[in-house]
Design a protein around this ligand. Structure first.
Ligand code: ATP
Ligand code: MG
Length: 474
């Protein structure tokens, strides 16, 4: 019995957890040394004190000891933060158990695990994460011009992309018009913003106007501005050309602009002057025009959707962005870029794709180009739980084009279908000898002649290969 008491004492002393036992009045009767770190008072001082004298910001209503003594029910894994005896804020995970002897409550026992460090650490992580998040967002605001992209944001190492970036940088400071062509989602807007932010106009306005989005007359007044009285309800309004003065005006989907308006645009491009609708005054504007189309410009001219004189004026600097399928090599790079983006946004820790899933991504034709790839990944990453995106995580549209990839086991199975070379040679030899014996009608010398080997060799082989000396009569 003495031994048993000694063992318990040693255990209590060396546990990681603090143990406090209190009687029915919540006065402490047992208190182990590890509890000192949590409660901030030594066992010697603690014994005999009421729990509320130690945890002084607790009350009979909030103290787990009091609750358990009153309700006679345990309270398990309870997380609480309070000031300890020394006034230090501690967080603990406690389990409080009623001590019942012969049906009568005789006290309560509380086991404490110190969570202070864990809690501090997790708060630090949350804090750092939110700082990172803010930083991420800050990084995306440039010069107050409303744009977010630079050449660094253009991901890709395909030679056409590298050339495009190089060309874009070279022409950034020129004021000559640019015509950007690329299928939908290839990054036209990205490239145009990058050029603006690389140019000396970067601190001046960047205005983007989609020419397909609004009706012809509205687009005209939007571009050139209006003077009061020019038409009912018209006010004195500067147009986008005026507003973009000193900066860049990006005319997106230029092919959707009305042909007549295209003529007016050409005039501005040629003499740099604009006149508001209904106005008599002309202004000189310094605006760099960048236009874009998602159809091949020369085809648009042929189809008369783009005036050829405007085409020649805009096409001074043509920039073509390759579609994603033309630069498949960049797919893994883009994937890891967007996985990074969405790991940060979605607080995930995805490391990549399985080789099978990667093969599907590389094989798919991506009609929506980089935009489609980006949002496909975002969708997938919302659901993935592991660290690797597996083939089962991919949307059906992607899987329709699933390439014929052989799994390792399948390849192995196939390998297993082939007999080892020695076996195959033996079979072949056996087969030949049998055929020769048949043709020679069992005549050993003749069979040896057919096979062009000595008789003795034939005998040896027949024996070694356990060939039956069968004959057929022709
Ligand atoms: N090379 C790239 N690197 C990183 N992100 C890219 C790249 N190309 C495109 N993106 C991303 O793809 C999306 C679509 O790009 P963007 O809007 O520039 O395409 P677009 O060519 O203007 O498309 P649309 O013709 O439909 O207007 C954006 O989220 C953009 O950031
Ligand atoms: Mg666009």
């Amino acid at each position: 019995m003495e031994d048993y008491k000694y063992i318990v004492e040693v255990m209590l002393k060396h546990l990681d957890e603090g143990i406090i036992v209190a009687d029915t009045n919540a006065n402490i009767t047992l208190y182990n040394e590890p509890a000192t770190n949590i409660a901030g008072i030594t066992p010697h001082e603690a014994i005999g004190k009421n729990v509320l004298d130690i945890f002084r910001d607790l009350t009979p209503e909030t103290s787990t000891f009091y609750k358990v003594l009153k309700n006679k029910e345990p309270i398990l894994n309870h997380v609480q933060t309070y000031l300890n005896y020394q006034g230090k804020k501690v967080s603990t995970l406690t389990s409080t158990i009623p001590l019942i002897r012969e049906g009568e409550i005789v006290g309560a026992l509380e086991v404490y695990r110190d969570l202070t460090q864990v809690k501090e650490l997790s708060e630090k992580i949350i804090n750092l994460q939110s700082q990172l998040f803010k930083k991420d967002h800050k990084k995306k605001v440039y010069c107050g011009n409303g744009t977010t992209h630079t050449f660094e944001d253009i991901i890709g190492e395909h030679k056409e992309i590298l050339k495009l970036k190089e060309k874009g940088k070279k022409v950034a400071d020129s004021s000559s018009p640019i015509l950007v062509y690329g299928e939908t989602g290839t990054g036209k807007e990205l490239v145009v913003q990058a050029i603006h932010n690389y140019s000396k106009r970067r601190n001046k306005p960047f205005i983007a106007q989609n020419c397909a989005a609004i009706p012809k007359t509205l687009l005209e007044s939007l571009l050139f501005g209006t003077c009061s009285g020019s038409f009912t309800g018209a006010k004195d309004n500067p147009g986008l050309f005026e507003l973009a003065h000193g900066g860049t005006l990006f005319l997106d989907e230029i092919n959707s602009m009305d042909i007549e308006l295209q003529g007016k645009l050409l005039r501005v491009l040629q003499d740099g002057m604009i006149r508001r609708i209904g106005g008599s005054q002309t202004f000189m504007v310094d605006v760099r025009i960048i236009a874009s189309t998602n159809e091949i410009p020369s085809n648009l001219v042929e189809q008369k959707k783009l005036r050829n004189d405007l085409y020649y004026r805009l096409n001074v600097i043509p920039l073509t962005i390759p579609s994603l399928i033309e630069r498949k090599e960049d797919i893994p790079l883009l994937i890891s870029h967007f996985i990074n983006v969405y790991n940060n946004k979605l607080y995930k820790n995805i490391q990549g794709l399985s080789s099978e899933a990667m093969a599907v991504f590389c094989q798919y034709h991506w009609p929506g180009n980089v935009r489609e790839l980006r949002y496909t990944l975002e969708g997938i990453m919302n659901f993935v739980e592991g660290e690797i995106i597996q083939i089962d995580d991919l949307p059906v549209d992607l899987l329709k084009n699933k390439p014929l990839i052989k799994k390792e086991e399948e390849i192995y199975e196939k390998e297993k279908d082939l007999p080892p070379l020695v076996e195959a040679i033996k079979d072949y030899e056996k087969n030949l000898i049998q055929k020769a014996i048949e043709q020679a009608n069992g005549n050993c010398a003749k069979a040896a002649r057919i096979l062009d080997i000595p008789r003795q060799t034939l005998h040896n082989k027949v024996k070694k290969l356990s060939i039956e000396w069968k004959t057929t009569t022709k």
